[in-house]
Design a binder for this molecule. Structure first.
Ligand code: ADP
Ligand code: MG
Length: 703
């Protein structure tokens, strides 16, 4: 994208209580104390908090704020039922005039309306929110928003931010140990960085309102293919329509005010699909920013008479929307640890971090799949335009070549005939390869970062990064344990990297991930393929994974169980709403519409016969009536079948696993069958009779 960070857009960060504002408005020692507290992740002293709160209040009032709120990310995620509330403030926000350090640092809230997966008994419905001082406060509308973590009274995490912060601490601890081995004494902290590319669809608001499936579920549950799809590739990087351009300009401006460096100007592969890419930043801030981005996209769309669809698969047969999570690790001295570098010393260190990522992704492929699981994303993973549900890593020829040479103890490169031996300070330079790109890999090395492409467009990026950070932290811990105890560090380093490549080679795949043969090969390699959410979620509770999260102090066993319950329940709820919406639309819209049209065809034929007697040809009407009435009968029968399946689903007691399995194995096929007949009738029914806008209307409506 090549955005020049040194030239910030006008108004950038105007609504953010950022470092610059703090430095200007806080007494020097308070500013320094706050900075140290943030850097070392320590608790904020109440005296300091009071002074910060007071300065924050004055600043916010000058900017026109009248209210404040603790802003947090409960476990609801962004689902069809909750699109508008995933980051909504508690209540109406509280009036800002009284704002103390205590209110800044900690808030009490009635947590009973947020899911807890059994963590919070109803009689103990209180939860609390605690300021994440690493993420700046900002003003949205007339409200000062304080980014917070959200916990139960017993201290269990009820949100997406808490484990993310814990995972950042875990990787910081272990990466520092590894860096010390390479003699890096100046580094005091290591953080992961993320730049999430966000895909979305824009459609006309009036058309959206006419479709109950879009209104209730965020995706079309019916709809025949449009005569034109994305086959011409004319939308991708095509020119942007004026209405969309105006929308994008406003999104950029709104995000810039909030300190999000977004650059939105480009179309995606499907018609009406677009992408927004921000400049990367520290992971927990990137997560906050991505939530804000999704919110702003939807709000600004509304102002332009548009709707922004964040669903992973709003249209069948058209590209889905994902989120590319560009991830790297970086030091407070400004070094990107996944940058191959120019000097041997950097290369060896790079190779060790690279090896850690490879091992982590292989050992925890199940958790990476879990981290992107949702009912919506199931339509995308495994479909032909998206990464398959199998996790594998693409490295590119250059890096793969280096690893091959190390693994087989063979010469590397044309000129150097020496064996490639890694020591802390010995390794040949390898040229950086930026040319080869693999668009089909779910986890691709792209020069100095990894791009994890399995995330769904509506998801919080937290879950994926919690897994990445924790899995890599744990692997670095294993590495550091081994290397710290080594007698000969160079020999141990070489052996460790070589062994890691050998042991985890199966996860490396440079071929076409969309090819059917890959599924077979992946199976032969012993890689996991878990196509649906209920298939993969139970992996959260396996012994290996519970150990990973508990030992690294990221999630307790109780917290894991609660998350498992919430995600499974969410899957069931989404499918329930979708199935009910289909029944409703079929019974009250589609079947009656087709009946009316059949009546119209019959009376037309009758009138024609009455008018012209035997001389008239009514075979068109007759054939249509016969085909379409048979279809309509099937459609009605399938609606009844789906309704019965829903009745059984509602009557199910049993555990969440069997309910989710029923949704997957019985509801989904019944929904697909119903859709099939409805979509067959659509092109046979006169335009004026079809009860809602078609794919052609929706996808080509915005100009
Ligand atoms: P590409 O052309 O490979 O997609 P870009 O420069 O456009 O590369 O970057 C894509 C995304 O990756 C952007 O959001 C960018 O900010 C992010 N990114 C770049 N470097 C890093 C990094 N070191 N850590 C995390 N994200 C990064
Ligand atoms: Mg990308």
């Amino acid at each position: 994208m090549g955005m020049n960070m040194s030239v910030l857009p006008a108004g950038f960060g105007a609504m953010v209580f950022d470092d610059e504002v703090m430095r200007a408005r806080l007494p020097k020692e308070i500013y320094e104390t706050l900075r140290r507290t943030v850097r070392d992740s320590r608790h904020l002293d109440l005296g300091v908090a009071n002074i910060v709160a007071s300065a924050m209040k004055d600043w916010a009032i000058e900017k026109g704020a009248t209210h404040f709120t603790h802003w947090f990310q409960p476990l609801t995620g962004v689902t069809a039922e909750k699109h508008d509330s995933f980051v909504s403030p508690v209540g109406d926000g509280k009036v800002i005039m009284e704002f103390s350090g205590k209110e800044l640092v900690k808030g009490e809230s009635d947590a009973s309306s947020f899911p807890s997966g059994g963590l919070r008994a109803t009689f103990e419905a209180r939860g609390y929110t605690a300021w994440d001082a690493t993420s700046y406060a900002f003003i949205k509308g007339n409200t000062l928003c304080i980014p917070t973590a959200f916990c139960s009274y017993g201290g269990e995490a009820l949100d997406k931010k808490t484990p993310l912060l814990r995972s950042m601490e875990a990787i910081n601890r272990q990466a520092l140990r590894v860096l010390r081995l390479f003699g890096n004494e100046d580094v005091t902290s290591v953080k992961t960085t993320v730049g999430p590319e966000q895909e979305y669809f824009l459609i006309d608001r009036d058309l959206f309102d006419k479709r109950r499936d879009l209104v209730f579920t965020g995706r079309t549950l019916f709809g025949a293919k449009a005569p034109k799809g994305q086959e011409l590739d004319d939308h991708y990087y095509g020119s942007i329509k004026p209405r969309v351009a105006a929308f994008m300009r406003e999104v950029d401006e709104e995000l810039w005010k909030l300190g999000v460096l977004a650059k939105t100007e480009h179309n995606e592969a499907a018609p009406a699909q677009h992408e927004l890419a921000p400049v990367f930043t520290t992971t927990n801030i990137a997560a906050d920013h991505n939530q804000l981005t999704m919110e702003i996209l939807q709000r600004v769309a509304g102002k332009h008479g548009l709707v922004c669809l964040l669903h992973e698969k709003p249209f069948a047969g058209v590209n889905g929307s994902g989120k590319h999570n560009n991830w790297s690790i970086s030091t407070d001295t400004g070094v990107n640890l996944l940058e191959p570098g120019e000097t041997p010393h950097d290369n060896a260190q790079f190779l060790l971090f690279l090896a850690a990522v490879i091992k982590a992704v292989d050992d925890y492929q199940d958790l990476l799949r879990v981290s992107v699981a949702s009912a919506g994303n199931d339509h995308r993973l495994g479909a032909n335009e998206a990464p398959p549900a199998i996790v594998s890593i693409f490295l590119g020829d250059e890096i793969a070549g280096v690893l091959d040479a190390i693994e087989t103890d063979s010469p590397y490169g044309q000129k150097e005939k020496e064996l490639l031996r890694i020591g802390v300070h010995t390794l040949p330079k390898f040229p950086k390869d930026t040319t080869d790109r693999n668009r089909t890999s779910p986890f691709a090395f792209t020069g100095n970062k990894f791009e994890f492409r399995m995330l769904g467009s509506s998801a919080s990026i937290s879950s994926a990064n919690v897994v990445l950070n924790t899995a890599v932290a744990d692997t670095l811990r294993v590495f550091a344990d081994r290397l710290e105890g080594a007698e000969d560090l160079n020999a141990a380093l070489h052996a460790l990297i070589r062994e890691t490549i050998k042991d985890h080679r199966r996860i490396l795949f440079n071929g076409n991930g969309y090819d059917d043969s890959w599924k077979k090969e992946a199976e032969a390699r012993g890689l996991l393929n878990m196509p649906t959410t209920p298939d993969c979620l139970p992996a959260m509770l396996s012994e290996k994974n519970v150990r990973l999260f508990t030992e690294n102090k990221v999630l307790s066993e109780t917290e894991l169980h609660s998350r498992f319950e919430i995600y499974m329940e969410n899957y069931c709820k989404v499918l329930n709403i979708e199935a009910q919406t289909m029944v409703d639309m079929a019974k009250r819209e589609i079947v009656p519409a087709v009946s009316s049209y059949l009546g119209k065809l019959s009376s037309d034929a009758n009138q024609m016969r009455r008018f012209l007697g035997g001389a008239v040809d009514t075979t068109v009407e007759e054939n249509l009536v016969s085909t379409l009435s048979a279809c309509n009968a099937t459609c009605f029968a399938r609606t009844v079948q789906l309704e019965r399946a829903l009745d059984r689903f509602h009557a199910m007691k049993g555990d969440i696993r069997s309910r989710a399995a029923f949704a997957r194995d019985t509801l989904i096929p019944a929904m697909e069958a119903l859709r099939e007949t409805a979509d067959e009738m659509e092109p046979m029914t006169a335009k004026d009779y079809w009860p809602f806008p078609t794919y052609a209307d929706l996808l080509f409506s915005v100009r």
